[in-house]
Ligand binder design. Structure first.
Ligand SMILES: [Fe+2]
Length: 384
């Protein structure tokens, strides 16, 4: 578009007589070109900023600030459609939550084809109800050009009372990008959830093979989450446990039933087979493009603090924290669960055993944190 315009302007320039007021024309064209370049620059930088944001919520939260800069406007509001009936704005920016019924408002009148609404000075301000002192531009926010999820309201420009064609176009270009990003996110989420459900049913399949480990993964995940919260873990670590914890034994799908379900103690060679499950699980998960934290959790949940665990013999803080946490949760649940060859141990015995192994098998800080959780204190007794 811009290249077109530049070459067009060149043609015009050539056609102007040499001795005419060429310098004045050049000046005008230059300033127009300068304005265009500025627009492109700010669009480019906003584009990059948008690419940095992964969550839909972050995109919508950052949108007002971006548009304030792009259009030099003091009043920018994102109104989201709720229950098909209301428009809601979060109060962070303007102090109070704005809730408007959609029906009967100007918002429903926005023409699909035109794609925006421009209210004039003196018009009724749909948000405050008073008369507008500057023009107000309203553009729908959509997901993938189809579904309207809200509106962007811009008013009070620093340099002008009104919006020109250029500003309207700029805003639409940016919102088009936002719309595509939101659609991508939604698609990603659907695919991601689908994959998670597939993996979860895989875990259920494994657990269904063995009645005694039923719901083991779920209980381990819950205990590990208790510990992670007690240790004030970062949100991404908690998320990794929430998902990865569920899948931590997924590699057992590669272990023969004969060994996995053996109703007696395992021989050394059988135990070597079982010991492969963290790497098998890691190999299942890695090509799916999951976050490295989940991969680490699955691979390292049988490492020991003293370095005598498997598969990599990591020790101390070389073992990822979430894996050290899962190790305690896993052991507690295994000890308190009834197995084919032995009855589950009581809570107090299991706690004593973890205390005894703190510093050798377990990270002592993780063990301590576990003792402060409801499960560790024996308040929650759902282990069977
Ligand atoms: Fe395991």
């Amino acid at each position: 578009y811009v290249l077109d315009r530049v070459s067009r302007e060149r043609e015009i320039l050539k056609s102007i007589p040499e001795n005419g007021d060429k310098s004045r024309v050049v000046k005008t064209l230059n300033s127009a070109l300068f304005k265009k370049l500025n627009e492109i620059n700010s669009l480019l930088s906003l584009n990059m900023e948008l690419d940095e944001l992964t969550e839909a919520e972050a995109i919508l939260n950052n949108l007002p600030g971006m548009i304030e800069r792009l259009l030099r406007a003091r009043r920018v509001l994102v109104l989201m459609i709720r229950e098909d009936r209301y428009l809601v704005a979060d109060g962070e920016r303007n102090g109070n939550k704005v809730v408007l019924p959609i029906e009967g408002s100007v918002f429903v009148d926005i023409d699909e084809r035109q794609g925006h609404l421009l209210l004039d000075v003196g018009d009724h301000d749909p948000i405050t109800g008073s008369a507008l002192k500057t023009q107000m531009l309203i553009v729908p926010i959509t997901v993938g050009d189809v579904e309207r999820i809200g509106y962007l309201v811009v008013a009070d420009r620093v340099e002008s009372y009104h919006f020109g064609e250029d500003e309207i176009r700029l805003l639409k270009v940016l919102l088009k990008k936002v719309s595509m990003r939101l659609e991508n996110n939604a698609l990603y989420e659907v695919t991601y959830n689908h994959l998670i459900n597939t993996l979860k049913s895989l875990v259920l399949t494994i657990e269904a093979r063995d009645e005694y480990t039923k719901n083991h993964s779920e209980r381990v995940t819950n205990i590990a989450l208790e510990i992670a919260k007690e240790m004030n873990c970062r949100q991404e670590e908690i998320d990794a446990i929430r998902f990865g914890g569920y899948l931590h034994d997924i590699g057992k799908i590669g272990v023969k039933d004969m060994i996995l379900l053996k109703p007696a103690r395992l021989t050394d060679s059988e135990f070597e087979e079982i010991k492969k499950h963290p790497v098998i699980g890691y190999n299942i998960i890695s090509p799916l493009g999951f976050f490295p934290l989940e991969q680490q959790l699955i691979r390292h949940h049988h490492e020991r603090f003293d370095g005598r665990g498997y598969p990599d013999g990591l020790s101390g803080e070389d073992i990822p924290l979430i894996a050290r946490i899962l190790a305690v949760a896993d052991t507690y649940d295994s000890m308190t669960s009834t197995r084919p060859y032995r009855k589950g141990l009581g809570h107090d015995v299991a706690v004593e055993e973890i205390k005894r192994c703190a510093g050798s098998q377990f990270d002592p800080q993780v063990a301590d944190a576990f003792f402060r959780t409801p499960t560790g204190k024996g308040v929650k007794r759902d282990a069977s």
